[in-house]
Design a protein around this ligand. Structure first.
Ligand code: BGC
Length: 992
């Protein structure tokens, strides 16, 4: 039986946090363990909630718990921590950090690592307590008393037996539930597995794909968004510049995890980019100080481990003298703030993540004090807090969001700063004043379920309708070095489409590009709607001063309608165009776009009637936002989310395909089917049950020996028998930022930056070139693009994903998929659907109305499936309204295939959760998955360290039983997989 959440640590919020977010997942990472030692020590005699609240401050004070750095703390530094840091003012505890750090270093010298020192007490064997209830849990044991004494003898402080007991739990030595906690088992294993994968080096020569650097540089520059510019930019020729902030050297070119981790041939940081440009004079003395700092063994970047990556890199401490001196070089400074982003963890509301660290605040205040001209660069994967820039309104005159630009990052930024490229990026997300202003903020990050109470009012749809004053920078916003005049020339109405001809004229002094955006304000009708909805956009070509271009923007009625899940419009479970006036706002950002066109519909029409699907469960009903219009104004109201009871047994069983009678091996090869000599049906008929089973899962491990080193696993010909039948092992590899294998591959800008280009053709060209590289590296399926909606700015994977807007997301994904699939390569867009947070990502339930699903979260997938025809799609880890995506019949069959006409293959995200079907008690695990229409389990094994290449028994267990899986269902998935395999380039590589 699947356990939803762990019942053990429910004594207090702080304890829950401790268990779930901090040390709930055993680790062997010494730095992590040192942090725990410090915080456990700090906690002695205090409550956990106090320590956890101050955790960010501890991290900051103790140099991210860098052991060497802590061991080297001077008396003055310790005194400064005691006097100024917002941590517990306890002299003994503060000094003990240094003392313990020194001892940890000695232990590392003697035993290799602190974890190994601990494990030697049990000869590497875990001690398992099969506890039945919390009251049986101990606080200490003989062993912890023993180790505590040993540590004291070695000169440690604050290492009492209770602290050491929790330490033993944290490293997994004592399993009195944390190690095998149902909430963490899967996560923990995965972390270790992928971390190993990450450490693999590069094999083969260094290759740079021709044309890629130029495309990456171009895209990198076009996605940079200029938020403010009061005359400082572009930089003047040979202007003298001092650059502050360590990411000028340690630039974030990409995020961490499967959406990053590309072994690229080189990266260009900001300093190199500026130097390469030859256009400015850098304060080299200051630059060298930063370079030395970043190389120094005590401060150099520690990349961390899977899911425990740094959120930022600690800043170099600046003295006032240093800054003053730099200011004598010239009056202009560039300040750069960097933030990492990464999978399997969230950005957090702490300094160094969403907020500034004390050191960064000091840097900003010193630089703005001594320089009269300051340019701020934000080298961040996610949107971070910018409310502080309001305090520096007069001191910081230019701001650019540079995101993560891939391997050419520094060159792209320098191009924009020097005016070689005129910025033309537009925000793909609203930047609100405060985090709490985001409508998702109070329903994000929960462990077991999140209610999407904001419903369709995601991002600017919420702000423009209900909270205009909470916006710092609106969606679609971005400045240029020139200005444009946008005017509507003509609108052609025809069929189910409108064609807008919009003229854009460059009325400034330098060449540039502009993005035309059309937003619809539909009638409120009975359903209630957002006041602005992006329904079309297009970027101009490079326009010289005085030059103009007329763009044609097509707007489908599909973009104008709403999904009625209540029946209020007179049509239930239908896409409806309600009667009333449709106003069209045209401009270069959401807030200032002008109302330039309108039309009236006299009657409501139903564009498409569908079956209710993916509805909220009755027992989880919640209240959702609703637009209520009273006398012309629209206000925020609430309504109960509708529920529907669907007879799944009927829905599913009526579509079960007929069995193809088994014939036994006829000697047919898959190429016989491809060459039209044998029908697919006959080919499938000759496959045994074992072969069919193997086809519905990957081979088992990542980095399969069947593919290029560092691949993410193979599917199709996963056994010798299948390969003998000519079914190739199809090789998969991550991901959104480029090919993640152990060879040099191009590192492209992150998804959010690409969305900010608003330039679909450029994105398509970039992915098309990547497609050539994919062919060269002998990869068949690239696990990209990531296309979940940015529901909340803290989601750890936002950087990989595009935007808060479904149309922009869909168009970007179409461009990426078309580009990738130009050679016989497959994209694998992901994660279908609602992977909107990383916290407890494979157990979490996204509870969301059918309307919000169809208008916001599924919409980009719908557009992409219909217009780009991907050959594969990856499901998400999470549940949607109570059912995991990989078991979700409505998601994968009813909507994806029956409604949208998808004909490709569906695969799981790596290592799915196993569960039993509610409707068909006979089936569970892989049978449940195949019945839902999810064809392949990836990478194929049940557990990360489980046996690979083996049948786990769950697919065939119910075959032949009443309501059990049928041969026809398994053969249906096999057919989908074979059809896909048959079209791949792997067919040519398969020697059999
Ligand atoms: C991620 C996927 C990725 C897969 C293979 C999972 O952790 O969620 O996006 O493609 O691993 O690396």
């Amino acid at each position: 039986m699947e356990m939803e959440s762990c019942k053990w640590p429910n004594s207090s919020e702080a304890m829950l946090h401790y268990h779930d977010k901090e040390w709930g997942v055993p680790s062997h990472d010494d730095q992590y363990l040192f942090e725990m030692l410090c915080l456990e020590g700090a906690q002695a005699g205090l409550s956990w909630s106090t320590i956890i609240q101050k955790r960010g401050a501890y991290k900051e004070a103790f140099h991210q718990f860098d052991i060497k750095r802590c061991a080297a703390l001077t008396e003055e530094e310790l005194q400064a921590i005691l006097d100024h840091s917002p941590i517990i003012k306890n002299r003994l505890k503060i000094w003990s950090v240094k003392k313990n750090a020194k001892q940890v270093l000695k232990i590392q010298e003697e035993f290799g690592s602190f974890a190994s020192y601990m494990w030697k007490f049990t000869d590497g064997q875990p001690i398992v307590h099969n506890l039945k209830q919390e009251s049986e849990m101990e606080a200490q044991s003989e062993l912890s008393v023993f180790i505590s004494k040993d540590l004291k003898k070695r000169g440690f402080s604050f290492v009492g037996p209770v602290i050491i007991y929790s330490y033993l739990q944290a490293i997994g030595m004592i399993d009195d539930h944390i190690v095998s906690c149902p909430m963490h088992t899967n996560n923990r294993d995965k972390k270790f597995e992928l971390a190993q994968n990450l450490s693999g080096g590069v094999t083969g020569e260094m290759i740079i794909t021709e044309g890629m650097p130029e495309l990456i540089r171009q895209a990198g520059a076009e996605g940079i968004v200029m938020l403010k510019n009061e005359g400082l930019l572009p930089l003047k020729k040979q202007e003298k510049i001092s650059v502050f902030g360590r990411v000028q050297v340690d630039y974030f070119c990409v995020g961490y995890g499967s959406g990053g981790d590309v072994r690229c041939p080189y990266t260009i940081n900001l300093l190199e980019g500026l130097r390469n440009s030859g256009e400015v004079t850098i304060n080299e003395e200051l630059a060298k100080e930063y370079e030395a700092f970043s190389k120094h063994p005590d401060y150099k970047v520690n990349p961390g481990t899977w899911g425990n990556w740094p959120t930022h890199y600690p800043e170099m401490s600046l003295t006032e003298e240093q800054v003053k001196k730099a200011a004598t070089f010239g009056e202009k400074a560039i300040l750069i703030i960097g933030r990492a982003a990464g999978e399997d963890r969230e950005n957090q509301l702490i300094p160094g993540s969403y907020y500034l660290t004390e050191e960064e605040k000091r840097m900003i205040s010193l630089v703005t004090k001594h320089f009269s001209q300051v340019i701020l660069l934000l080298n961040c994967g996610n949107i971070i807090d910018l409310s502080w820039t309001l305090e520096y309104r007069n001191q910081i005159q230019s701001i650019l969001y540079t995101f993560l630009g891939g391997m050419e990052s520094g060159n792209s930024v320098a191009d924009v700063l020097t005016g070689k490229e005129n910025p033309s990026g537009k925000l793909a997300d609203t930047i609100a004043v405060h985090y709490e202003d985001y409508p998702s903020s109070s329903n994000f990050g929960n462990l077991s379920a999140n209610h999407y109470v904001e419903d369709i009012f995601v991002g600017y749809r919420y702000f423009e309708t209900f909270a205009k004053d909470k916006v710092l920078y609106p969606f679609g916003f971005g400045l240029s070095y020139t200005s444009f005049q946008i005017s509507l020339v003509h609108v052609k109405e025809g069929g189910q489409q409108l064609e807008f001809e919009v003229q854009v004229k460059n009325i400034g002094k330098v060449p540039g590009k502009e993005v035309v955006q059309i937003y619809v304000n539909p009638p409120q009708g009975a359903i209630g709607k957002a006041l602005r909805n992006l329904c079309g956009f297009q970027k101009t070509s490079m326009l010289k001063p005085g030059e103009m271009e007329v763009l044609k923007l097509l707007v489908d009625f599909e973009q104008l309608c709403s999904y009625d899940d209540t029946g209020k419009s007179g049509y239930e479970n239908a896409y409806v165009l309600e009667a009333g006036i449709y106003q069209f706002y045209i401009g270069n950002q959401v807030r200032t776009a002008d109302m330039l066109y309108e039309f009236e519909r006299k009657e409501s029409i139903c564009l498409k009637q569908v079956l209710p699907a993916l509805c909220v469960e009755e027992e989880h009903v919640f209240s959702r936002f609703q637009a209520v219009s009273t006398s012309g104004t629209v206000e925020l109201g609430k309504e109960t989310v509708p529920v529907h009871t669907i007879d799944y047994i009927h829905r599913i069983t009526q579509q079960i395909p007929a069995d193809i009678p088994l014939t036994g091996d006829k000697g047919y090869k898959l190429k016989d089917v491809r060459d039209g000599k044998v029908s697919m049906e006959d080919f499938i008929a000759q496959l045994s049950l074992e072969e069919l089973e193997a086809l519905t899962r990957g081979e088992g491990p990542m980095d399969s020996p069947q593919g290029v080193k560092g691949n993410a696993g193979v599917l199709g010909g996963v056994t010798e028998e299948l390969r003998m039948k000519g079914i190739p092992a199809v090789v998969t590899a991550d991901g959104p930022a480029g090919i993640r294998i152990q060879q040099t591959c191009s590192l492209i800008p992150c998804g959010t930056l690409l969305a900010c280009t608003f330039h679909t053709q450029l994105v398509e060209s970039l992915f098309a070139r990547l497609s050539d590289e994919i062919v060269e590296r002998q990869v068949d399926m690239i696990l990209s693009p990531g296309m979940n909606i940015h529901r909340d700015p803290l989601c750890g994977r936002n950087f990989e994903y595009f935007t808060e807007d479904p149309l922009l997301c869909g168009q970007m994904a179409i461009a990426a998929v078309k580009g990738i699939q130009k050679n016989n390569i497959s994209a694998c867009p992901k994660h279908f659907a609602c992977n909107n947070q990383e916290t407890n990502r494979n157990k979490n339930d996204s509870r969301v109305s059918e309307r919000a699903l169809r208008e916001i979260y599924l919409k980009p997938f719908e557009l992409m499936v219909k217009h780009a025809k991907p050959k594969n799609i990856m499901t998400s880890y999470n549940k949607i309204n109570g059912v995991w995506s990989h078991y979700n019949y409505d998601l994968n069959t009813q909507i994806l295939r029956n409604e949208w006409g998808y004909e490709g293959n569906v695969i799981t995200d790596w290592w799915m959760q196993y569960a039993d079907s509610k409707e068909f008690p006979e089936i569970s695990g892989n049978a449940y998955r195949v019945r839902a229409g999810v064809d392949v389990l990836m990478p194929g094994s049940k557990e990360v360290h489980g046996p690979t290449g083996e049948n786990d028994g769950t697919l065939l267990a119910s075959l032949g039983k009443k309501d059990g899986i049928t041969l026809g269902e398994i053969q249906r998935s096999a057919g989908t997989i074979l059809k896909y395999c048959m079209g791949t380039l792997a067919m040519e590589r398969n020697k059999d």
